[in-house]
Design a protein around this ligand. Structure first.
Ligand code: BGC
Length: 746
């Protein structure tokens, strides 16, 4: 069966340890200009190997951990604000490795580069809602170009964790609750970043589903479920994005720290998937020397936060005592070099930088992503789109006069003009609550000739009073999330539910615009005619919201995760007590491991859990309204030359142009079967009356169960059901396909 490309070429740890150690003394150095690693015709593997042979032990170890905080690292990092700086090796013409956070744009740690105007992209969750891998590539390329223009060559990006816990603090940094959607979007965004000839990570490997107690929570899950869900998302992202590096997560998986899990790093990533790049820990996420190194961890990141410089002197001692083979040290360095060659970092460093950055074009990409990922959840009586002739509009709440909300933590981008409010304390540093300078109020004002006024919403009675006199009220409600801390429940925080009820009672034409880091519950839903989910929409967010409200853009976003009706529907209704989970990286871990039982839902994450339990959520995965209507017809599924694909026809049967996102779900009924899984989707833009036939490739792993005994995905001989629809759990068309047993690979 045709499979997505797999990489080969990486040596397994077992194989590597059986090889004789590489020479410990550098060989005679060829003169400049004749160095084999400067020959771009040679493979990255050969080039890396030839450098390793020239490196001294001190040079090798200088690349495996960084013991001092970046500003103190000698010599000082050429670019302030980096998350890590590994020194150059001028003797061998090797550049420094300058690592920076860039999940949602190039960050500016501690505002170390005053005035830096890097583009703040929308949240990854919004990118997931676009269901558009090509847009993810464009957004990634923005990050890549801006990073390179600032001298960074390793980007800490590519969040590919599945959203298992919708209250998770970093839900906004992840793409979705589905492995296929997550893998495709994260993979393309990594490919986009690396198109600028720099390295991107994927992170946080693996099952970093909650933030509370992230250094002491163990994500417990049987191997088959891991492989079919969380690991599959990473596997697809790595196949597509070919990231130069993978960052491990802080948490434990089945009782073992991810950064020292031989199962996750050596077996799954390096052996089964043939991953040839390097594996770095998260900052302050390394816990041992030999165990971690022999499990496959290649770099101890943020070592100053760890209790010991595990990959410094202790590792040298372990090598000297024969507890870690020299060949493993060479492998660690070779992997770093290989990625620096494969992505073009080293070659690019030897040429003048011709990279050009067009800030206006980049802001337009951010806005386009937002316009494609904002989801229209409700539109009773076709209240939207609004007429630009509307006379009196009242905008309320969420600092909509100043900007749009951003998530907090290491991914936060703070361009000049951002509104910066006190946030929370993250790893001993104050995290700000940032609003990107893209004011929805100003954007709405520039759309209409009538009067547009603003109330901040803190005085509920006053806001309701003013709402009475408006033709339309646009009420912004927000939910701020940040790294290191989960949301305390799914309700909108503070007095916002009361505000919505009071304003809606005063004016029945009240539109709620949500800026949230994940799903929220909506006890007020019946009281308002229209709801728009704008997530954290980034640098062009205000304009994107206005474009949709006034119908210049058809709402094309679809939910990348289920909105539960209430928390009782979740696999774990009660959250772990945050008070018990206060430890953070860089601090002594207090108390023991807290075990989180993900076997409750197993591989049935999100919408699959709702299907398995027969639960009706508030809004389903894949759902989103348009200003036009679509019809699906003629579904067929076929297996030709070993490859599976589905085809169907999409027609715009409404009166406006718009974009539909038809989805195919595959299921196997019966006790040994599985509930519907997303197997393919397409984005189809159609004029009124226009029809298009689309063909969707289907990854065989989505029809498979992971067979632990065989060590591979296996498709059972059976009659598979394929449903086409526009949201999970609502079938519009159905067909079946009988398949023979198939081995679908590792
Ligand atoms: C985060 C990573 C980030 C790193 C470096 C950690 O706290 O978990 O996502 O890349 O810090 O800033």
């Amino acid at each position: 069966m045709d499979r997505l490309n797999r990489r080969t070429g990486a040596m397994s740890l077992t194989l590597l340890l059986s090889l004789s150690a590489a020479p410990t003394q550098p060989q005679a150095e060829p003169s400049h200009g004749q160095r084999p690693w400067q020959n771009p015709e040679l493979s990255p593997d050969l080039r890396a190997e030839s450098v390793v042979r020239q490196m001294t032990e001190d040079e090798k170890f200088s690349w495996l951990s960084q013991l001092l905080p970046v500003p103190d690292a000698p010599p000082a990092s050429p670019q302030p604000g980096a998350a890590a700086y590994y020194q150059p090796i001028p003797r061998l013409d090797l550049p420094a490795r300058l690592e920076n956070d860039a999940g949602l744009g190039v960050t500016n740690r501690g505002n170390a580069r005053p005035g830096d105007d890097a583009t703040a992209l929308p949240s990854s969750l919004l990118l997931g809602a676009t269901f558009d891998p090509a847009l993810a590539h464009q957004a990634g390329a923005v990050v890549g170009r801006e990073a390179r223009a600032r001298g960074f060559n390793v980007q800490l990006a590519g969040g590919a964790n599945l959203i298992r816990e919708p209250r998770g603090g970093r839900t906004f940094e992840y793409v979705s609750e589905d492995p296929l959607l997550t893998g495709l979007i994260a993979g393309q965004s990594v490919a986009g970043i690396q198109s600028a000839r720099i390295v991107s990570t994927v992170k946080h490997f693996a099952v970093n589903a909650q933030e509370n107690g992230r250094v002491m929570a163990s994500s417990n899950l049987a191997e088959a479920a891991l492989r079919e869900a969380d690991l599959l998302a990473f596997e697809i992202a790595i196949e597509i994005g070919r990231p130069g590096s993978v960052m491990t997560s802080y948490n434990l998986v089945n009782g073992e720290y991810a950064s020292e899990s031989g199962f996750l790093i050596d077996r799954v990533l390096k052996q089964d998937w043939g991953y040839a790049g390097w594996v770095m820990s998260d900052w302050g996420g390394t816990h041992s020397t030999e165990k971690a190194v022999l499990a496959g961890l290649d770099v101890q990141s943020g070592a100053m936060l760890d209790p010991a410089p595990y990959f410094g002197r202790p590792l040298r001692e372990a090598v000297a005592a024969g507890r870690v083979p020299q060949a493993r040290i060479d492998d660690m360095v070779r992997r770093i070099l290989r990625s620096l060659f494969a992505t073009g970092v080293i070659d690019a460093s030897q040429r003048p930088d011709t990279n050009t950055v067009d800030p206006a074009a980049h802001r337009l990409v951010a806005r386009t992503v937002a316009e494609n990922g904002i989801v229209l959840l409700k539109n009773a009586g076709d209240l939207l789109p609004l007429s630009t002739d509307t006379r009196r509009i009242l905008v309320i709440g969420a600092h909509a006069d100043r900007g749009v909300l951003s998530g907090g933590g290491s991914s936060s981008v703070t361009p000049p003009g951002s509104l910066r409010l006190p946030g929370t304390n993250l790893m001993g540093f104050e995290t700000e609550k940032v609003y990107h300078p893209s004011s929805p109020l100003n954007a709405i004002r520039s759309d209409v000739s009538g009067e547009v006024s603003y109330a901040d919403g803190t005085d509920i009675a006053a806001a309701a009073q003013r709402a009475r006199d408006a033709d339309v009220v646009i009420l912004f409600a927000e939910e701020w999330r940040t790294e290191a801390l989960d949301a305390a429940g799914l309700a909108l925080p503070g007095h916002q539910e009361t505000l919505i009820e009071a304003v809606a009672a005063a004016n029945p034409r009240t539109i709620v615009v949500l800026e949230t880091g994940g799903p929220v519950t909506m006890p007020w839903l019946d009281k308002v005619p229209a709801v728009l989910e704008a997530w954290y929409p980034g640098a062009g967010g205000g304009e994107a919201i206005a474009s949709i409200l006034f119908g210049r853009v058809d709402p094309a976003g679809r939910l990348p995760l289920t909105f539960p009706a209430d928390e009782g529907q979740l696999p774990r209704p009660t959250q772990s007590d945050p008070a018990l989970l206060a430890s953070s990286p860089g601090r002594p871990i207090e108390g023991g491991t807290v075990h989180i039982p993900y076997d409750v839902e197993g591989s049935d994450v999100g919408y699959r859990w709702f299907a398995r339990q027969g639960l009706d959520p508030l809004f389903r995965f894949g759902f989103g309204l348009s200003y036009t209507r679509f019809a699906l017809s003629d579904l067929s599924v076929e297996r030709r030359d070993g490859a599976l694909s589905a085809s169907l026809t999409v027609t715009n049967v409404g009166k406006r142009p718009g974009t539909d996102t038809p989805q195919i779900y595959v299921s196997l009924p019966g006790p040994a079967g599985f509930v519907p899984r997303l197997a393919g989707f397409a984005r189809v833009r159609l004029e009124p009356g226009e029809s298009r036939r689309v063909s969707l490739p289907i990854d065989p792993r989505l029809l498979a169960r992971y067979d632990v005994a065989r060590g591979s995905f296996h498709i059972a001989a059976a009659d598979y059901v394929f449903d086409a629809g526009e949201e999970a759990g609502k079938t519009i068309l159905r067909t079946r396909l009988q398949l023979d047993a198939i081995d679908a690979g590792k």
